[in-house]
Design a protein around this ligand. Sequence first.
Ligand SMILES: Nc1ncnc2c1ncn2[C@@H]1O[C@H](COP(=O)(O)OP(=O)(O)OP(=O)(O)O)[C@@H](O)[C@H]1O
Ligand SMILES: Cc1cn([C@H]2C[C@H](O)[C@@H](COP(=O)(O)O)O2)c(=O)[nH]c1=O
Length: 211
Amino acid sequence: MNAVNQTDAKRGRFITFEGIDGAGKSTHIGYVTALLEAAGKTVVSTREPGGTPLGEKLRDLVLHEKMHLETEALIMFASRREHVAQVVEPAIVRGDWVLSDRFTDASFAYQGGGRGLDRAKLEALEQWVHPHLQPDLTLLFDVPLDVARARLSATRTLDKFEMEQGEFFARVRGEYLRRAQASDGRIVVIDSTQTIDGVRAALKAALEAFL
Ligand SMILES: Nc1ncnc2c1ncn2[C@@H]1O[C@H](COP(=O)(O)OP(=O)(O)OP(=O)(O)O)[C@@H](O)[C@H]1O
Ligand SMILES: Cc1cn([C@H]2C[C@H](O)[C@@H](COP(=O)(O)O)O2)c(=O)[nH]c1=O
């Protein structure tokens, strides 16, 4: 039985974290884990690209090598195929709650919005790789570009995506926000310009509405 065919009572839930690089999403995964554990849930925390031994090798490639934009999209979905099969679906079937630092919304935002890959190609890959699985809730950490850039450059050596120009991130952010508007409530926008305590309060409210 896959995660989609289970009765609602036994099935776990799938929550994803999204946003432009430096928006602050990874900072808050531990806080959301603690909230869910306090509510009695068993939490599996994972990420994309990556989340499996093979996926982590693909992550290293795709974050550091130059490549054709379709190769980039295919590697993201190859990593995802392994991740869904080995980690996400088995955990949901067990009744666990999966928190993933990025999922397919990132492919639409980065390869679609950012790089200009035809949305129909991404939809075809989505149908192929996880036809019956969608996040139950997506937390979209939203900040203007200058805030994200300042947060990033303060802390780390930048990877291939993080070195992109401002216009690229403006398109990525725009596509995330467009998808949020079209999502019927699945994607909740979190104002990540707030202090860490302010963001936590917004996350608590979003989770309480969801639980
Ligand atoms: N609300 C906030 N206020 C101030 N600083 C923040 C806030 N949220 C995160 N930060 C800081 O910004 C930096 C980037 O945060 P984080 O790594 O969570 O971003 P991210 O969205 O996961 O980025 P990436 O996708 O590139 O990994 C970190 O140094 C973090 O401490
Ligand atoms: C899943 C996915 C990710 N990306 C990009 C977005 C980020 O720049 C990196 C991942 O690193 P982070 O630690 O989450 O910042 O990869 C992408 O372009 N497409 C995708 O599908």
